[in-house]
Design a binder for this molecule. Structure first.
Ligand code: UDP
Ligand code: MG
Length: 330
């Protein structure tokens, strides 16, 4: 240890999947901010190549060669955004860790404000989109998703938040302990409950390329959020089931009343309503079963304890230098 206080270290994690068109441009913008930050802090950059099949890896290799502070975590295949972030979280060593998308939609300049909030004593700095030129579809589904999640979820998740945030060491340690396979980091960070502040930001258009979240990807994330943060769907199944049981009881009483009053000859005409009830109850049962099945499926995947991602390789100039320095330094 040196005599003067050690510089605070900041690690920035950027997940990338087929972003060959934008990495170079993104890196330039990020470096503008990082250069400023480096006057005061030790800043490391972790690009996680989430199994890109385009030239993202080549672009990243160039960046790593040009800057000591860049580490590349190469995953063996595409594991998804949340898993890629997790790989970064497992390898980052900073006092604070910042996560942001590599497509330019999250303005790197905000990192300066995030760090300022950290200095104010916050342990988690979240961000919230205030304006955006997202498609109406994406805005609408996002709003609906957060509304539903706030009603059924056990953990409050900031509406319109993104995977653009700063966390400190204790939060990082907590996230590392949470090894669930189905990951919804926005919920997981909220769950840890550390002192949090939310910064608004204006989402930028992508620097280029296409969004990598398919409709299926979005639905999967919504399912992960729902089933890993809420047991309410199971209760809905129960309530719906009880509702139909009540209806059935009412129906029985109604039919019985015909017998009591000697009007049973009128009953033959009930076929349509009977059929209707049969179908509805069948539907309710199927829904309930499907919900239970979802949870069983999630449990099955969790108990296997598979790793969230697999690394093929880590490259960084700095990592070699650092380990060499450690060897030399008794
Ligand atoms: N991403 C990833 N793995 C994936 C999908 C996306 O690492 O399987 C990265 C992507 O390269 C980007 C970030 O996650 O840096 C956010 O993805 P995207 O821009 O497609 O999401 P959106 O902004 O539409 O929510
Ligand atoms: Mg994006």
């Amino acid at each position: 240890m040196t005599a003067d206080a050690r510089k605070l270290t900041i690690d920035v994690i950027i997940p990338l999947y087929n972003e060959e068109e934008v990495v170079a441009e993104f890196h330039l913008r990020l470096m503008e901010v990082v250069r400023r930050l480096r006057e005061e802090y030790d800043v490391g950059i972790y690009y996680v190549d989430d199994g890109s099949v385009d030239h993202t890896a080549d672009e990243l290799a160039k960046l790593a060669a040009s800057d000591d502070g860049v580490t590349i975590l190469e995953l063996s295949r595409n594991f998804g955004h949340q898993a890629a972030l997790t790989a970064g979280l497992d390898h980052a060593e900073g006092d604070v860790v910042v996560m942001l998308d590599g497509d330019g939609q999250h303005p790197p300049e905000l990192i300066v404000d995030m760090v300022a909030q950290y200095r104010n004593g916050y342990e988690v700095v979240l961000t919230q989109r205030v304006a955006t030129d997202r498609s109406r579809f994406k805005r609408w589904t996002s709003a609906a998703f957060y509304r539903v999640l706030s009603v059924i979820g056990d953990t409050p998740v900031t509406a319109g938040s993104a995977d653009f945030r700063l966390v400190t060491r204790p939060v990082l340690a907590a996230l590392r302990e949470m090894r669930e396979y189905h990951r919804f980091l926005r919920g997981m960070v909220a769950w840890t409950g550390f002192r949090t502040v939310v910064l608004p930001y204006v989402e930028r258009p992508r620097l280029g390329g296409q969004p990598k979240y398919s409709l299926r990807g979005m639905a999967q994330l919504a399912a992960d959020a729902t089933f890993s943060f809420s047991l309410v769907p199971l209760k809905i199944a129960l309530v719906v089931g009880l509702g139909f049981l009540l209806l059935a009881a009412a129906e029985a009483v109604y039919v019985f009343s015909f017998w009591l009053t000697g009007r049973q000859h009128l009953l033959v005409r009930g076929w349509a309503s009977l059929m209707f009830m049969l179908l509805i109850v069948g539907a309710a049962l199927m829904i309930a079963l499907a919900l239970v099945g979802m949870y069983v499926g999630y449990i099955f995947q969790e108990v296997k304890r598979r790793p969230v991602y697999l690394l093929r390789d880590i490259h960084s100039k700095a990592a070699h230098q650092r380990s060499r320095a450690e060897d030399a330094d008794p």
